[in-house]
Write a protein that binds this ligand. Sequence first.
Ligand code: 3EB
Length: 339
Amino acid sequence: MLKDISLIATPFEAPSAMSHLQALGALIFSKHPPACLPDELAQAMRVHVAMPCLDGREAVCELFRSDAFVTDGQLGEVRYCHDGSILFGMLTIAEDDMPSSGAPPLQAATYRAYSDIFKVLDATGYDSIFRFWNYMAGINVHSHGLERYRQFNSGRQEAFARPGSVGKGTIPAACALGFENGPLTVAFLAGKGNTIAIENPRQVSAYRYPPQYGPRSPLFSRATLADADDAELLFLSGTASIIGHETLHAGDVLKQTRETLVNIEAVLNEANKRAKRSHFDLRSMLYTVYVRNAADVATIREELERAVGPGLHAVYLRADICRQDLLLEIEAVSKLDGC
Ligand code: 3EB
């Protein structure tokens, strides 16, 4: 079962010494793929996301580890690793490789990516999706008459709507960010236990956003509360300064950070109403902070430190947020060790 979720600096910091654990999967964030990795990461199912770290570290890694025997597999372009109760998977698709179909290449690539992932989940029986990570180049760029994030949303909706797809189940948590260059990159975690989609009473559900945000709405929940063996896990989606469906505090990074934190607390509060064994608060979580303008990182970090306190675990990455007027987005996962 899943025993460790950690955010570590790499290549200099090796994962904490729990030698009986095996890597289930890892996301490595850095401007360039690191030249060397600790052995455990070098052997792990991993995906590199070309986003510079904003805290002086060369690379940071989000690592999921299990105490059970892990097995690798591949189906189509999807590579995955699972331990009997949880599965980590990933794929990358170059838009240039998509056959021309009339749809914008990013939309077609997104449809292909999600369709292939759902095939894996069907074939392996991991049909409770915990969360998706979505990364794409030029997320705010317009092409084919539509912003690329909106093209992505169309492809995602089409894949979830396919008859018989596991995508027909609970809507999972997600994030969607842009980097400068690279293939469409989708990673995911899924399990076999019960999952509950959590929404935020301060926000319109993303899948009900009005058409001003694109012809097809985004498809994610504000958080997934997941049963994974003995643990209750909480995956908090990318959270931003949005009330209702509108961006608040355009141009003001301090106010956007504060609003984002209020939204995070609102989602934690909703999760606590549904949690059976756990209580989540700001201190229970590991944070990934996506920052549009590198110069804003000090302001954001100071505010997060103030809100969370001395135990804060966070990584800060340079990324494009899916709305032009959003300066940051924060996602989080609950700690497993309770400290
Ligand atoms: C928002 O609340 C901000 O398209 O998967 C956050 C998390 C956002 C996930 C996604 C988008 C996504 O609408 C953007």
